[in-house]
Write a protein that binds this ligand. Structure first.
Ligand code: LMR
Length: 396
């Protein structure tokens, strides 16, 4: 039965990890996947996480099934983090949240549910977008199209193109928006631009699906929730996928959430019942450990403080790497102006390197990047940055 099965292509991002793992060169550097590595090149285990884990493990908790939608303590902590402690939406019972398997799991549950709710809708993602967005929504059964987003020549957002496209979409179209730290470009909308997008969303009757996987990696936890809070204040109903993979450095624990803002408490109850159906037929209910650790950190003022300081440390280190990368390229005599990298937000830089140049970096230097020219700045450190700069300079 499997004789005619064709080999599927490697995943454009996670496939790089496989190739990187098989590379025997000791100088290799993985700038592919969006993972934060510390100065010593390791994925950090945050102190806040360590402390919450220790307490949890010492209590030797039983491992019963969780509720289908995850633990209430986790879901409430997520809602407060996203919408703020005093959010009127929370007081009115207008937000439903379900724990999900990372940001990808949240997107998938949201996509499956929306496909049942709006079977005729098309999904619009930014051009470019995270590699997995298209595949994920297509797998859920949607036709996926793009809206203009990045202006490669200007190294910024093509806002006029984006706005004009959204204004032309039929009512009920689903628009996937990167709430902060746009992946892959690092180019975000300004507050005024978000306000305009919200007006268009309202006027055209669009369904906003905000994907927020990098909260805290641009300006801070509250600051990076700007788009979400503007949507919340607008009276619109919308969908949010969020993730703690990066902000808690809990990639493998798969801790994320799907939140849906409805029009009323009654609507919330009905929507949640449908979300539970979607989850039950996918994976039944989420795992316990990661969610309980995140809930413990977020609900302890002390641990939360530790976490926010650690997150700020990650954010600052990435900024330093951006500056250092640009300076070193200049010092190396690279003529092209790379100063735009300093302005990009989040973990990534959309370097403008071509697929051929990326392939040469991989083949000749063992420096891995996504073929679109996206590099993960958070994987650079003071020991590997000169080698990366040499590789980039050589292929330019
Ligand atoms: C990335 O874009 O590299 C991350 O979001 C990891 C992933 O799942 O692709």
């Amino acid at each position: 039965i499997f004789s005619a099965v064709e080999m599927a292509p490697r995943d454009p991002i996670l496939g790089l990890n496989e190739a990187f793992g098989a590379d025997t060169r000791t100088t290799k550097v993985n700038l592919g996947v969006g993972v934060y590595f510390d100065e010593s090149g390791k994925i950090p285990l945050l102190d806040a996480v360590k402390r919450a884990e220790k307490t949890r493990i010492e209590s030797l908790p039983a491992r019963g099934y969780q509720p289908i939608e995850g633990a209430p303590a986790y879901n409430q902590a997520v809602q407060k983090l996203l919408f703020g402690n005093d959010s009127p939406l929370l007081a009115e019972g207008r937000v439903v949240t379900a724990q999900a398997l990372g940001g990808t799991g949240a997107l998938k549950v949201g996509a499956d549910y929306l496909r049942r709710l709006l079977p005729d809708a098309k999904v619009y993602i930014s051009d470019p977008s995270w590699e997995n967005h298209r595949a994920l929504f297509e797998t859920a059964g949607f036709t996926v199209e793009t809206y203009p987003y990045y202006d490669a020549a200007a190294r910024g957002v093509n806002f006029d193109g984006m706005a004009a496209c959204l204004k032309s979409l039929p009512a009920g179209s689903i628009v996937v928006l990167h709430a902060c730290c746009h992946n892959p470009t690092g180019a975000d909308l300004t507050e005024a631009q978000w306000r305009e997008i919200i007006e268009i969303t309202k006027a055209r009757g669009l369904v906003g699906f905000l994907d927020m996987a990098y909260q805290g990696f641009a300006d801070g936890i509250a600051e990076d929730a700007l788009a979400l809070n503007l949507f919340a204040a607008s009276g619109l109903q919308f969908v949010v996928s969020s993730s703690f993979s990066k902000s808690f450095s809990l990639y493998g624990e798969r801790v994320g959430a799907l939140s849906i803002v409805t029009a009323s408490k009654d609507e919330s109850a009905r929507v949640m019942s449908q979300i539970k159906r979607t989850i039950r037929t996918n994976y039944s209910n989420p795992p316990t450990h990661g969610g309980s650790v995140v809930a413990a950190v977020l609900s302890s003022p002390e641990l939360r403080n530790v976490w926010e300081t650690e997150l700020a440390g990650m954010r600052d280190r990435i900024r330093t790497m951006r500056q250092s990368f640009v300076q070193k390229l200049q010092a190396k005599g690279v003529a092209q102006d790379f100063s735009f990298i300093i302005k990009q937000r989040g973990m990534f830089s959309y370097t403008g390197l071509s697929a051929d140049q990326v392939a040469r970096m991989q083949n000749e230097f063992g420096v891995y990047a996504v073929s679109t020219g996206r590099i993960c700045v958070a994987a650079m450190n003071t020991r590997n940055i000169d080698y990366v700069v040499d590789a980039v300079a050589a292929v330019l």
